[in-house]
Design a protein around this ligand. Structure first.
Ligand SMILES: [Zn+2]
Length: 319
């Protein structure tokens, strides 16, 4: 049993190798961009470089994707490779709980509309690369997609107990959150943990509205909540978890400086927060580095970071 004090010392000493040995959760990871770059290069010869400076527009992000990802992985084999690369990345990083999953449109595009094949792709990669990691399999929705289309795709997913959670991502402004109420009602009936990306580009009020309307258990990002005390109190009281991705927030210009990242204020006011990678390949944001960057910037203390680490590892009880 590794002692918490050793983790705290490793943070203070900047010892990344020791930090990596400690169990950590990654509950906000888009697997297509979550892989180990050395693994991908060794299997394909492609070198994928992260961005190093703050992006000034989303078109720069699109240019990065076109340059490094493009259509290269748009096949069953390509998708399976990226899933394996994500488990390899998590294994090297000491991630012990990994929440990832395929977008619903990927079922037809890459897995022949065969839900068993899709589930097996994740479970087999889990067993092959890192059987010690707890996989929390997620259903992914893109916010710009029509509701009828999403509901049609989701027919294949409902009732499969292998899925742990559902998440909504993509352009936060694409369509109003209330359109997704029927889908989230069905997801709740299926016993899924309910998550959505909100409050990255949107407002504190958007966070509260999404939690209320979709009955979310967790919010991906949610950092805009820091701008409204009443929303902070609401999240703390309702025990809503925010799965936060600090480097991503800085490099996308959502937070001006790591030392001022809202995670500190949210945590100190009693909000349930976790620290996650988002997109390792773009942001060079593995989970251990995220802990270290938050410490080095002066945002959180080593003791606070350890507390947040342990919080992410706790069993989730749906209420
Ligand atoms: Zn995300």
């Amino acid at each position: 049993m590794l002692e918490d004090s050793i983790f705290i010392e490793a943070i203070k000493n900047g010892n990344l190798d020791v930090i990596r040995q400690f169990p950590k959760a990654d509950l906000h990871n888009h697997f297509v961009l979550g892989g180990c770059r050395e693994f991908i290069q060794s299997k394909t010869g492609y070198e994928i470089k992260p961005i190093s400076k703050t992006l000034s527009s989303m078109s720069e992000m699109d240019a990065w994707s076109a340059q490094y990802i493009g259509n290269r992985f748009n096949s069953t084999e390509g998708r399976r490779l990226l899933i394996e690369a994500t488990f390899e990345q998590a294994r090297k990083d000491g991630v012990t709980i990994l929440e990832i999953g395929e977008d619903v449109w990927g079922l037809g595009a890459f897995f022949h509309d065969d839900i068993e094949e899709l589930i097996a792709a994740f479970q087999e990669a889990n067993a092959k690369i890192a059987s010690e990691i707890e996989l929390r399999l997620q259903i992914g929705l893109s916010r710009h997609c029509g509701i009828d289309y999403l509901e049609d795709c989701l027919k294949h997913f409902w009732g499969h107990k292998e899925f742990y959670s559902i998440d909504l991502y993509g352009d936060e402004m694409a369509q109003p959150i209330d359109k997704f109420i029927p889908i989230y009602e069905k997801a709740a009936e299926n016993g899924l943990v309910l998550k959505a990306h909100v409050g990255e580009w949107g407002t504190a009020e958007d966070v509260r509205t999404a939690v209320e309307l979709l009955h979310l258990h967790e919010v991906q990002h949610g950092i805009a909540a820091v701008l409204d005390e009443s929303v902070i109190d609401y999240l703390a009281e309702k025990k809503i978890r925010l799965n936060i991705t600090p480097t991503s927030n800085v490099l996308l210009g959502r937070v001006s400086d790591m030392k001022d990242h809202p995670i500190a204020q949210l945590y100190r006011k009693g909000v349930d927060v976790t620290i996650n990678s988002d997109d390792v390949l773009i942001f060079d944001s593995d989970v251990s580095k995220e802990y270290l960057r938050l410490y080095r910037s002066g945002c959180l203390t080593a003791e606070e970071l350890n507390d947040i680490r342990l919080n992410g590892l706790k069993e989730r009880v749906l209420v």
